[in-house]
Design a protein around this ligand. Structure first.
Ligand code: EPU
Length: 329
């Protein structure tokens, strides 16, 4: 099974799905044989255990449609199987701004709403109009609004699952772009702009974000990783005060709670750069775990657990995994 963490995983059966019709056929077939189905996009936010039972559908539905709605307002629809960064570049290349802060995020378009991808001050939900899904109960396509998707920080209704009914499968994503201003107030972005004397524009932000990401984050084509391995925890004001009694850490208000940096906690607990076998805490961004080659999903999860336990025992903050864990050992 392809995955950017580069861990071995064998599925019972794998099918490449390039259109909604083939998707429906495959789902019917799997249902008839009572086999579980797992839908996978770019495999860039997955930790796979050694075996995936049932059928894996590799979603490769392509297509990019751009519709001009007004002088500076476009509706852009991308197939779930398109590469996210290619869509960012294609829209910027057409002079359409809006996705520049989300440049260089690995993975497919279909995976973007699942974890409500976000970086450098912008989240997908800020530009999203609707998500087209294949509804497994009705066997047809359906449009979900932003409200239907129940977005939160690195979270959505797609992640939480639909209880007893099978989760809808994302086949396309529609965004409204162009009309929003620039978001250039994230510390890393402003710092890099100042340092290189660049004036903010959609392209300049994409360029700066690309540079910052390249400097801090490992390239999944070279070193196995899934980006952030933990979410930034959101704590109560009381817990934040207690935390500040133990270390210097910034907090960002999220409603009546406070978001803190998981990287800061992992760093302060002494894990930065630590390696266990082939798995390492990335020295330039301790929120990322990398596989230098030869690790299994279980190896990566074992190190993640040690980090979680240690951070909890030192700071009483529970770190939550950011990627999705699939399969069995
Ligand atoms: N920090 C340290 N030590 C380090 C590095 C960072 O203590 O070695 C602390 C610093 O206090 C720093 C803070 O971490 O100010 C924040 O670091 P950064 O700006 O890199 O952001 P992050 O909160 O660690 C989040 C996202 C990233 C996203 C960046 C930029 C999550 C889980 N991660 O990281 O997303 O690129 O912000 O917006 O929200 C991803 O989801 O895969 C991902 C890479």
């Amino acid at each position: 099974m392809p995955n950017t963490l580069g861990v071995p995983c064998v599925a019972d059966a794998v099918r490449v799905v390039a259109d909604a019709e083939t998707l429906a056929d495959n789902l019917r077939e799997a249902e008839a044989s009572a086999r579980p189905v797992t839908v996978v996009g770019g495999g860039s936010n997955l930790v796979l255990r050694s075996r995936l039972p049932g059928v894996v559908l590799l979603l490769r539905i392509r297509g990019l449609r751009v519709e001009r709605l007004a002088a500076n307002r476009w509706r852009v629809t991308a197939g779930a199987g398109e590469d996210w960064h290619e869509v960012v570049c294609a829209t910027l290349g057409l002079g359409i701004g809006g996705l520049e802060n989300l440049a260089l995020i690995p993975g497919s378009v279909g995976a973007a709403p699942v974890q409500n991808i976000g970086a450098y001050g912008r989240e997908l939900k800020d530009v999203l109009e609707s998500v087209t899904v294949f509804d497994r109960r009705s066997g047809g396509l359906r449009e979900l609004t932003v409200e239907d998707c129940g977005f939160g920080y690195r979270d959505s209704a797609f992640r939480r699952g639909g209880g007893a009914s099978p989760a809808p499968i994302i086949v396309a994503v529609t965004m409204i772009l162009g009309h929003r201003g620039l978001v250039a107030d994230y510390p890393d972005v402003t710092h890099e702009m100042r340092r290189s004397g660049i004036r903010p524009s959609h392209w300049a932000i994409a360029d700066v974000v690309t540079r910052v990401r390249r400097r801090k984050l490992p390239d999944p084509r070279r070193v196995g990783n899934v980006g952030s391995f933990f979410k930034n925890p959101v704590v109560t004001p009381g817990a934040f005060d207690r935390l500040r009694g133990k270390l210097s850490i910034d907090g960002y208000a999220v409603g009546d709670r406070i978001k803190v940096s998981a990287a800061r906690l992992i760093d302060a607990a002494g894990w930065k750069g630590v390696a266990h076998g082939a798995v390492q805490v990335w020295p330039r961004q301790p929120l990322v775990l990398v596989n230098h080659g030869g690790a299994t999903g279980a190896d990566v999860l074992a190190l993640a657990r040690r980090i979680r336990d240690d951070v909890f025992s030192k700071y009483h903050v529970a770190l939550e995994l950011e990627p999705t864990v699939l399969g069995k050992d």
